[in-house]
Write a protein that binds this ligand. Structure first.
Ligand code: FE2
Ligand code: FE2
Length: 425
């Protein structure tokens, strides 16, 4: 399907696969194949011409390694502005995830996770052993049910998600480069220690620091050697504080307690919009491919949302302080990743969603969360630029969270209202 994207707008730009698109050869090759794991499956879009805000053509990556498509992502076919009823959405989502869960146990996507991230301790070994037992048992039950005709055939479900597997050289090459990307946990911590030593630490109370360290520890253990999945998990979580802050500010306004936060809601929404684009970049790169990662991230996000509501209810400064710590950790993580993988990242094209966001003509939402007066207009020619932009965005979030936690955000918002021409005069 061909479409055209001009100045950040898309008209039928993406092509997703249906069963009819899968060739017989591909279908035969994958039939019953236990080797076929989700990471091997990708979509190849008929890539459209993307123009930046100056009217120049932008080269982008036309491959997509993510789980979601259509309504699950922006800028794609099937993207609807208004949702269906909650019941319809829940049933639809359950059906998709139920099939994905079946595939995950039948084709053992957990085996690949354990190969990438082997257990580091006796507790880890025990966890993997128990996990392996559960996965094997579920796979046997599923197979037995399938043989008795009580559930659908798993192979046909898998076919639904495959289009021209392995047929496109460009996508295969990018996939192999994605697998080369590395992130060493200890290097991120060393970076954080050096920053603190140089006076760039974040002041926080003991309970806040403890909650932050628990979150980082869990991330390190679960996502060791799996950087894309780690970033995807982080970006799912990263949006949540802004949802919580906006909810609380809205509540205070509705109760008639506090209206000064209305401007703050605008900034937080722009930050959430920014995190949403980070999230979609990581999805394009396959971060949401595994069922277990989606399950963990989305359920953690719900708990995190309510936890931050309570934090904000008791002390907004504490909630902002916690977010500042997490955003600062994100800066360290992305900085380490960019520096460690610069050579490979510079040879990879930028995902189209990144080009649409950073180079599109509608830049209002991007400008809304910047802390400096001069406009920031980043490059987006390669994957290296994309990750540098994400890192720099996170730094802007740190600055905003800091200004919110030390209560100087009011002055900053005040200064924004002064036209820049007044300064020049
Ligand atoms: Fe982010
Ligand atoms: Fe962030």
């Amino acid at each position: 399907m061909q479409g055209k994207i001009i100045g950040g707008r898309t008209e039928g730009a993406f092509h997703t696969c249906a069963v009819g698109d899968v060739s017989d050869a591909v279908r035969d090759a994958m039939k019953g194949s236990p080797q076929l794991l989700p990471e091997d499956i990708y979509f190849r879009d008929e890539c459209d011409t993307i123009y930046d805000r100056n009217g120049d053509v932008v080269e982008v990556m036309c491959c997509d390694y993510g789980f979601r498509s259509g309504t699950g992502r922006m800028y794609q076919d099937g993207y609807r502005a208004v949702p269906k009823s909650a019941w319809d959405l829940a049933v639809e989502n359950f059906a998709i995830e139920y099939n994905a869960l079946r595939r995950s146990v039948r084709f053992d996507e957990y085996r690949r996770i354990s190969n990438q991230n082997p257990p580091q301790s006796p507790f880890g070994q025990l966890s993997y052993w128990i996990g392996g037992f559960v996965v094997n048992s579920l796979a046997k039950v599923d197979k037995a049910l399938e043989e008795r005709g009580m559930v659908g055939e798993i192979d046909s479900e898998l076919a639904r998600n495959i289009c021209e597997r392995g047929a496109n050289e460009e996508c295969t090459e990018i996939l192999s480069k994605l697998k080369q990307l590395k992130l060493v946990n200890e290097a991120v911590w060393e970076r954080e220690r050096q920053r603190e030593k140089a006076g760039g630490g974040v002041e926080a109370s003991l309970p806040v620091k403890a909650a932050y360290l628990v979150l980082c520890y869990v991330l390190d253990v679960l996502y060791n050697n799996r950087p894309m999945q780690r970033f995807w998990f982080l970006e799912v979580i990263a949006r949540i504080p802004y949802f919580s802050f906006i909810s609380m500010l809205h509540l205070y306004e509705s109760l008639g307690w506090w209206r000064a936060g209305a401007e703050l809601r605008k900034v937080h929404f722009a930050e959430e919009w920014n995190e949403l684009h980070h999230l979609q970049i990581m999805e394009t790169l396959g971060g949401d491919k595994n069922w277990i990662d989606r399950f963990l991230a989305q359920h953690t996000a719900i708990v995190y949302y309510w936890m931050l509501l309570v934090f904000y209810f008791i002390s907004p400064e504490t909630a902002y302080n916690f977010s500042e710590l997490v955003e600062r950790h994100a800066v360290d993580t992305y900085t380490e990743f960019v520096e460690c993988n610069a050579d490979v990242l510079k040879t990879m094209p930028a995902p189209s969603v990144a080009a649409l966001y950073y180079l599109g003509s509608d830049i209002y939402m991007f400008d809304e969360f910047q802390t400096k007066r001069e406009p920031r207009r980043p490059l987006c020619a390669t994957m290296y630029d994309v990750f540098c932009n994400v890192r720099d965005d996170e730094m802007e979030h740190v600055m905003t969270m800091k200004a919110c936690s030390d209560l100087t955000i009011g002055t900053e918002l005040e200064q924004r209202r002064i036209p820049s021409t007044a300064e020049e005069d």
